[in-house]
Design a protein around this ligand. Structure first.
Ligand SMILES: Nc1ncnc2c1ncn2[C@@H]1O[C@H](COP(=O)(O)OP(=O)(O)OP(=O)(O)O)[C@@H](O)[C@H]1O
Ligand SMILES: [Mg+2]
Length: 294
């Protein structure tokens, strides 16, 4: 899969002069008009949460949470049980929103897309893919067909356009099989895959929809050590294809994703407790106190 599959749909920092593809000028001078589906990341962040509060019966699951993820970043989020990590993903994806909960604050995809005003399907169409813990693949269908079905389920106009340009989309399926390390399993029914392979297939299915931002909530739960490191390699290989936010408790997995320089966010009691390199947050007294223990 080429980097162009994901990143090219965003207006990147410093690329505004190259306006032909991504945006069109407005002769009336009323401002620029982005193509539908283009996320404006000209200021850096692909995702921006500001002062987000979510209350369940008066209990604040998120408490003035402010957080931003840069375009192209792979951000790991850690924190104790009940910190609000899943709730944060529910708000980003529209599963929890002003329509069904007490939610305040701002959640933006790029500069211009106000996720709080959108429904769950609209947010998915805008380019946010979410991996839930339990893999949901079509067990009776071959791996190849699972990827094909995921591609055909993509109703966005550019996807249709691209499918036409790509012919059958065969090339994209082959690229995704290679990325997910499932080439040898292409014609096996998905039901026969190991847990780790099913998880990778589901990520492949999400990739067929060409997300700009991929959210993964505890993706290595139930995996063997070997499967865990395979998934780390897969996600590291997706850098340049899409931005990612990964919630995990498995610190070896987090270390494999964050490396020495990657930023890690620690959530506790619905807010950011600490943010920095994994080494720095591990040494933070408040993080040791509330999460890692002594
Ligand atoms: N629909 C809901 N109704 C009431 N309380 C909820 C609801 N969803 C979450 N909560 C509460 O909000 C808090 C945050 O939960 P959340 O699932 O976001 O934590 P988490 O950080 O994902 O934890 P874990 O690491 O265990 O997955 C918890 O106290 C939880 O009980
Ligand atoms: Mg959770």
């Amino acid at each position: 899969m080429s980097a162009a599959m994901g990143i090219s749909k965003s207006v990147e920092a410093g690329a505004q002069g190259d306006a032909g593809l991504a945006e069109s000028g407005d002769a009336t001078g009323l401002g620029r008009v982005l193509e539908p589906g283009v996320i404006d990341v000209s200021h850096g962040p692909i995702l921006y949460l500001e002062d987000v509060t979510v209350q369940f019966d008066g209990f604040r699951a998120l408490n003035k949470l402010t957080l931003s993820i840069d375009h192209g970043e792979l951000r790991c989020v850690i924190g104790p049980n009940g910190a609000g990590k899943t709730t944060m993903m529910d708000v980003i994806t529209g599963k929890t929103g002003p329509r069904n909960a007490s939610v305040n604050g701002r959640v933006f995809l790029g500069q211009t897309i106000d996720l709080m005003r959108m429904t769950e399907p609209q947010i998915a169409q805008a380019g946010i893919g979410r991996k839930f813990q339990k893999p949901t693949v079509f067990e009776q269908h071959a791996v190849w067909e699972n990827l094909e079905l995921a591609m055909k389920a993509d109703k966005r106009w550019w996807a249709t356009l691209r499918a036409r340009l790509d012919g059958s989309g065969r090339g994209r399926i082959e690229q995704t099989l290679a990325l997910t390390g499932l080439e040898d399993e292409a014609y096996r029914p998905a039901g026969l895959l190991s847990h780790g392979q099913k998880q990778r297939l589901e990520i492949g299915m999400l990739l067929m929809q060409q997300p700009q931002l991929l959210l993964l909530d505890e993706p290595v739960a139930g995996m063997t050590d070997e499967e865990t490191m395979q998934l780390a390699a897969l996600l590291n290989g997706l850098r340049g294809t899409c931005s990612m936010m990964v919630v995990e408790h498995d610190m070896e997995f987090v270390a494999a994703l964050a490396g020495e320089a990657g930023k890690v966010t620690v959530l506790a009691e619905g807010s950011v407790l600490a943010e920095g390199t994994l080494d720095a947050v591990k040494r933070d007294e408040r993080v040791i106190e509330s999460y890692l223990g002594r």
